[in-house]
Design a protein around this ligand. Sequence first.
Ligand code: DGL
Length: 286
Amino acid sequence: MDQPGNIADAARPIGVLDSGVGGLSILRELRAQLPAEDVIYVADQAHIPYGTRPIEQVRTFTVGVARFLIEQGVKLIVVACNTASAAALYRLRELFPQLPFVGMEPAVKPAARDTRTGVIGVIATETTFQGELYASVVGRFAQGVRVETRACPEFVRLAEAGDTQSPQAHQAVRQCLQPLLAAGIDQLVLGCTHFPFLKETIQAETGPDVTIVDPSPAVARQAGRVLEGRGALNPADVPGRVIYYTSGQPDRFRAVLGALLGAECAAAADVRPVAWVGETLRAASG
Ligand code: DGL
């Protein structure tokens, strides 16, 4: 039987949000797994970093960005930022019960399941570690396992600069991971969406005996399952379009897009400015 509501839904874009370019690690997976979907990506670079701000402030920003995406007619929002998820996921579901949200939580579960040493490492932002979501994940999945945590704000800065493999990047990664390696971790959970862009550098510094747990493919699969469950997968057989909005500088965003996702992607990218007006985000001109 026809379900007109769902057919209308299927053609709508997916919304993806982050404080900056970190959510592109999720976007990359969404494009690979759900190529027909249109996507609207918002980078709130006017406020980056989120990860050192008070949780209430991050919640306000995240709700403002989500409202903007809802005004653009999205059918699902992927909160492609662990910090924003920690601060606002429960609130978003309360405020917009009709819309599905897929959020990020540090992937402690597979790490705790697979550890041989009994010690796992989690790297994320300070604000992510302060949220209830993180405490609940550890409480649910890390019984009997030692969890070593470390905030790595420098990794966010490096990804935002498109600097993922330089000697400085290696140095910063080495310094941040040293205490975790000394503690004997054999699993390292990437609890911030900026970090997958540093994955090769991280693996080079940990050596092959540490497994890096990157949740991005699983998050994209979850988005696909949610859409499928609502009959809202886009049935088109042409590739979907992506519109990028940044509350920072569009030229700067495009340059970093090139560094992280490739020059071809950056050259073709539709990058538009948005600006904050009070607690609301508005499309801005030029
Ligand atoms: N990408 C964000 C996350 O996943 C954090 C970056 C920031 O500090 O703004 O936590």
